[in-house]
Design a protein around this ligand. Structure first.
Ligand SMILES: *Cc1c(COP(=O)(O)O)cnc(C)c1O
Length: 362
């Protein structure tokens, strides 16, 4: 089968180097080799999370840890910030876990604002907040700095943040922001195969978890902490992922974090410029556009050029590239192009040339 290069916002293209590491021979997960591997990764992971806490590796997709955060940290009621398909789903997940939860709903395309959260938390009803930093369905990034500043006012509320599609593409300093959980998945901005989630917790989150019954086992944060202290995971992890992570961390630190962040900003800007140059507008409210993907307005909001998005996707795919035709209730009326992972100006320009040619055929 011919290889189709992924420019969808996850899973994204995985490099040959990462794939090679992923298929390394297995080792035992309770042996010294594994402990040494995890111990080697830990300082780099802590640097990437900007944390003094241990970083945990969960063999699950991100949803496992998202659900886990609810089960570990919600005793009273969760406030679920909702501005797109992933964040909307988190309310549903909280309720399915049997927790009291309420949505803070914002129109798709808009960021979550600190003032709105403040007004809700002021009621005193909530002991946890769920937030998606980069809403992958709408291409909207909310300001973590502004939102995290509320933690000082509400120290007992657990701030749980999903950075699945933004982690490592910009600086998300966990300790400095004072967040309680920062979680991500392997197959988005980290450009690894799907199946691994990474997260870290504040000491307050671990203390809170110890008081919450019904945490289960597989996603019990205290199990993750206890095992990570010995450079292990609670259950047998996907060892191939951890080899792949080692390889990816090597790439990330060889490039340098600042250079990596600048590259993502630049490529996201190029993608937005391409869309505007083709007569489209952008779906996110101005100023809240993501650094890892562009959600292009194709009729979801007035003012944009409108094309047959499905046809565009199919023409581009014939040339060996996959973009996404919109997600959830804005499928077809938006389309999305990712610049996450290992992309460069040259690889983005290759894609733009193919999309330009496809648009001429519509
Ligand atoms: C992809 C995505 C998820 C879900 O990740 P899974 O790996 O499918 O569990 C959650 N949140 C955001 C923001 C995402 O982009």
């Amino acid at each position: 089968m011919a290889h189709v290069k992924l420019f969808i916002p996850g899973p994204i293209e995985v490099s040959e180097k990462t794939l090679q590491a992923f298929r390394s021979p297995m080792i035992g997960h309770r042996g010294q080799g594994f402990k040494d591997l995890y111990a080697r990764l830990q300082p780099k992971l802590q640097a990437l999370f900007y944390t003094q806490q241990l970083v945990y590796l969960s063999t699950s997709s991100a949803w496992g840890v998202m659900e886990g955060a609810i089960r570990n940290l919600v005793a009273k009621k969760a406030l679920c910030c909702m501005n797109g398909a992933f964040s909307d789903k988190w309310l549903d997940v909280a309720q399915r876990c049997g927790k009291a939860a309420e949505g803070l709903k914002v129109e798709w395309g808009q960021p979550i604002r600190a003032e709105a959260i403040d007004a809700k938390l002021a009621t005193g009803q909530f002991d946890a907040l769920t937030l998606i930093h980069n809403e992958t369905s709408t291409g909207v990034m909310s300001s973590l700095v502004e939102i995290a500043a509320l933690k000082k006012k509400y120290p007992d509320v657990m701030f749980i943040v999903d950075s699945v599609s933004s982690f490592s593409a910009l600086k998300l300093p966990l300790d400095e922001l004072g967040l309680d959980v920062l979680l991500t998945g392997s197959q988005k901005a980290l450009a690894m195969p799907p199946g691994l989630a990474l997260f870290a917790c504040s000491p307050a989150a671990l203390a809170k978890a110890a008081t919450v019954p019904g945490r289960g086992y597989y996603f019990d944060f205290l199990e993750f902490q206890k095992n990570a202290e010995g450079n292990m995971t609670p259950s047998t992890p996907s060892i191939g992922h951890i080899f792949a992570l080692e390889s990816k961390l090597e790439d990330i630190f060889n490039e340098g974090l600042e250079a990596r962040y600048a590259r993502h900003r630049k490529l996201a800007q190029m993608t937005r410029d391409w869309a505007l140059g083709q007569g489209f507008t952008l779906f996110p409210e101005k100023g809240s556009e993501s650094v890892t993907l562009a959600c292009v307005n194709n009729g979801a909001k007035p003012g944009s050029r409108v094309i047959d998005a499905e046809k565009l996707v199919s023409l581009v795919k014939k040339q060996g590239f996959l973009i996404n035709g919109g997600y959830g209730k804005i499928k077809g009326t938006t389309f999305r192009v990712s610049n996450m992972g290992d992309e460069t100006e040259a690889t983005m320009k290759e894609l733009f040339a193919v999309m330009d040619a496809a648009l001429k055929q519509l």
